[in-house]
Ligand binder design. Structure first.
Ligand code: ATP
Ligand code: MG
Ligand code: MG
Ligand code: MG
Length: 564
């Protein structure tokens, strides 16, 4: 590839709306172009990287016998109604009607489609187990698209689905997937941890997330350096000191008694301006005395780490739904100017009492749901949010540490959730009809790119690991257009590298050398060969390593050998 003919659009500055370093660098490097909120065009250089990520994913999926297929992006409502998710999925599901007024959606995930396919084709135990995957564009109407491709509305996911005659077979494949995921993230050079996780709106039982460790992550990972324990803060395994507390729904409800607090009073109690600084509040009761855990914007983790549980001057009774609405001065269905992500009301002894979930759109923050005492799958959410660094792990073998994570992959044991809802059966050896066991496995292909840049950058730009880089090597000639010796040697090297199978770009643009070097730094290309008249006189070229930032002079005859 010659840079003069390639689509390269680098910029010194990133648009101001880009908050994260990865988002800024991807825009500056010209990997993506924003079309609309959470919707991006992949420019040639960006797409080239996505394809390299896909290649690693494909190789690992194929290696464990999963078969690639491709399902439609547009899905009919009927299958979603059958699974019960047409209602349950909420606003993240982008719905539309065709010319006959029939309902459709843009697929945010493909359990329904794949289940419908398999139930039509697989009838006998002899056809099981079966594992399929696709790499496909998903659409999720995220409440707050941000961070570029990391929380986009349109993004590329690898989603795999497996079908089994029994649970043992599911577990075997789940473990293969788990290992394949570790291989993918290791090969792509990511620092990550697999963690026990919530199953979210996908449903099912056993589940692990793969979290890339980065300060900018939206999740909080609870882990330990001394043992294998790792969990998502959203939902972790019960910790030993807390496992014996009562967890019945009845006892959770009992504690709720009404009391009144105005917004001003709450502001007064907390000593912070609710309107600007508090992102969410967690109410916890300790020894029957309420305490408040403040969670402020991006400081969430530090607050938790510091154990900043603020004891209230006066006791605050646990509140009813009406009372909380009163306390925060909100109209029914609306929470004022306060930037809440959610409010959790919890008691350390009995667990979760109520969980107000809020969402945002252009005209403000809205109460999107209230789980009040009832219907909380796990009271552990409150417990785990109360985890602090240094607490013992469940196995007692280590001490808890907290860090932020970016979820790049998620594996689920769905068991028979979809088979039951959508009647997916097979005939066993005795000719008896049985429900299939099912698993599903997702990787955020395009999110990986953002996550990788979060972990691999410096003041000059991106530092791509070799097998994710848009090019492995860049040849940067000094004065390509003016010096004939340089041009001849650069062209010759370019051909030699290509012949040696190296993914190389020749930067033959008619620009100053300083400009070219800065671009190659920004783009994060792992190796650079600088061809200049001065070193050529000694029969040498300069070889630069983007990661170590070391330069060495290498004999012209040796340079190709040096890199293959
Ligand atoms: P999150 O918690 O970040 O919203 P999720 O749990 O909703 O993600 P899954 O349903 O588990 O996502 O989907 C599988 C993978 O798809 C995720 O692990 C993530 O890497 C990726 N993914 C999910 N949502 C997005 C998004 N909005 N933009 C980019 N990638 C995404
Ligand atoms: Mg999500
Ligand atoms: Mg998640
Ligand atoms: Mg997930």
């Amino acid at each position: 590839m010659r840079a003069s003919k390639y689509y390269i659009v680098t910029a010194k500055e990133a648009p101001s709306e880009a908050e994260l370093i990865s988002h800024k660098l991807m825009l500056r490097a010209g990997l993506i172009k924003r079309l609309s909120s959470g919707i991006y065009t992949w420019l040639p250089m960006g797409l080239k990287i996505v394809r390299k990520i896909e290649r690693v994913v494909r190789e690992e999926m194929n290696a464990i016998g999963s078969m690639e297929m491709l399902m439609p992006a547009v899905q009919p409502a009927e299958i979603w109604q059958e699974s019960g998710r047409w209602e349950f999925y909420g606003k993240e599901l982008l719905r539309m009607k065709d010319r006959h007024e029939r309902d459709f959606c843009l697929g945010p995930t493909h359990e329904e489609v794949v289940t419908d396919t398999i139930r039509k084709d697989v009838k006998s135990y002899k056809q099981l187990p079966l594992s399929v995957y696709q790499i496909q564009t998903k659409f999720r109407d995220e409440v707050r698209p941000r961070f570029g491709v990391m929380r986009a509305r349109e993004f590329v996911m690898k989603d795999a689905y497996s079908f089994h005659a029994d649970y043992d077979s599911l577990v075997v494949h789940y473990n293969q997937m788990y290992q394949a995921y570790c291989n993918v993230f290791n090969r792509l050079g990511l620092k990550f941890r697999p963690v026990a996780a919530d199953t979210g709106s996908i449903g099912g039982t056993g589940s692990h997330e793969f979290q890339v460790l980065a300060d900018s992550g939206e999740d909080i990972v609870v882990y330990s350096d001394e043992c294998d324990y790792a969990a998502n803060l959203e939902l972790a395994e019960s910790l030993p000191s807390r496992s014996e507390r009562p967890q019945s729904k009845a006892s959770m409800l009992k504690v709720a008694t009404p009391t009144q607090k105005t917004c001003e009073e709450v502001t007064e109690m907390l000593g912070v301006d609710l309107a600007t600084s508090v992102k969410s509040l967690v109410f916890l009761g300790v020894d029957n005395k309420p305490v408040l855990l403040l969670i402020r914007g991006d400081d969430t983790l530090n607050e938790i780490k510091a154990g900043k549980l603020k004891q209230l001057k006066e006791p605050l009774e646990f509140a009813s739904q009406e009372m909380i609405k009163e306390a925060f001065n909100c109209q029914p269905g609306f929470i004022g100017p306060v930037g809440f992500d959610g409010v959790v009301i919890a008691d350390r002894e009995v667990g979760l009492l109520a969980d107000f979930v809020c969402g945002a759109n252009e005209d403000g923050y809205h109460l999107t749901g209230v789980n009040f005492g009832v219907d909380c799958k796990e009271p552990l959410i409150a417990d785990i949010r109360n985890v602090r660094e240094g607490d013992p792990t469940p196995d007692g073998k280590g001490k808890i540490k907290l860090c932020r994570g970016i979820e790049v992959g998620h594996v689920f044991q769905l068991r028979t959730k979809y088979s039951e809802a959508m009647n997916v059966t097979y005939l066993d050896q005795n000719g008896k009809s049985q429900l299939m066991e099912m698993g599903c496995y997702g990787i955020g292909v395009t999110r990986i790119l953002g996550a990788s840049i979060e972990q691999n950058n410096d003041e000059s730009g991106i530092v791509f690991p070799l097998n994710m880089a848009p090019f492995e090597l860049i040849i940067t000639p000094a004065n390509y257009n003016k010096s004939e010796v340089v041009r001849l040697e650069a062209d010759r090297l370019y051909d030699k590298f290509k012949a040696a199978g190296i993914d190389v770009i020749l930067d033959d643009r008619n620009e100053r050398i300083g400009f070219l070097l800065a671009d190659s730094e920004l783009l994060g290309i792992p190796y650079r060969v600088v061809v200049g008249e001065k070193t050529l006189l000694e029969g040498k070229v300069e070889l630069y390593n983007r990661k170590t930032r070391e330069t060495e002079l290498v004999e012209l005859d040796m340079i190709v050998q040096n890199l293959v």
